[in-house]
Design a protein. Structure first.
Length: 202
């Protein structure tokens, strides 16, 4: 359920107007986002619920949380779980870069449901130290189907016609210092190594 659907659902079941509900939901999102941004930086979640994929390929590894204290809140756990997505993405991209011999200087076009989370997108940009371009049209799979149908129906003459369309993107640029990004990745690597020490029989 996206924000619009949530607002409509609450408004239809209460006496509040959509405008009032939208204000409440927006405020809630801002509070949660602020809590995430200020959360503990030293909690790491290794989401190996069915083992680890690239570049580890360790089916015996299981999920683990490192750095928890009595003060660790739910918001911090959510934040650490979101950040684990960025760390895993970094691992995959690093492996692809090393094995394919890719040169530096490229940007990343991202899509999918996770791109709706601006905190994750900014953190991903920080960890990669790269610029991310996120399409404002989230349903890119449906958009691709529309393009293909349009080509078949003659709506578009060729791919050049599609390229002329104004598809707007939200840009995320690194805001984290490289030194901090490197330190976080080192801690992530330690968390992964520690999780792999505990072998689960498969």
């Amino acid at each position: 359920m996206n924000k619009t659907e949530l607002v409509e659902a609450i408004a239809s079941s209460t006496e509040l107007t959509k405008t009032d509900v939208d204000k409440v939901v927006t405020a809630l999102v801002e509070v949660v986002t602020d809590a995430l941004a200020k959360g503990d930086k030293d909690v790491y979640v290794v989401p190996a619920f069915s083992g680890l994929g690239t570049p580890y390929w360790d089916e015996k590894c299981r999920g683990a949380i490192f750095g928890m204290t009595r003060a660790t809140s739910r918001e911090v756990l959510v934040k650490a779980t979101l950040e684990s997505i960025a760390y895993q993405t970094y691992d995959v991209i690093r492996t692809m870069t090393e094995e394919a011999g890719l040169v530096d200087g490229y940007k990343f076009l991202v899509d999918g449901g996770a791109t709706s989370n601006s905190y994750l997108m900014q953190f991903q940009s920080d960890i990669l130290q790269k610029e991310l371009l996120c399409p404002k049209m989230k349903e890119v799979t449906a958009l691709g189907a529309y393009f293909m149908a349009g080509l078949n129906a003659g709506v578009f003459k060729d791919f050049e016609d599609i390229k002329k369309l104004d598809l707007s993107y939200q840009k995320f640029s690194p805001q984290m210092e490289y030194k901090e990004s490197k330190q976080r990745l080192e801690k992530w690597n330690k968390a992964v190594a520690a999780a792999r020490l505990f072998e689960w029989k498969v």
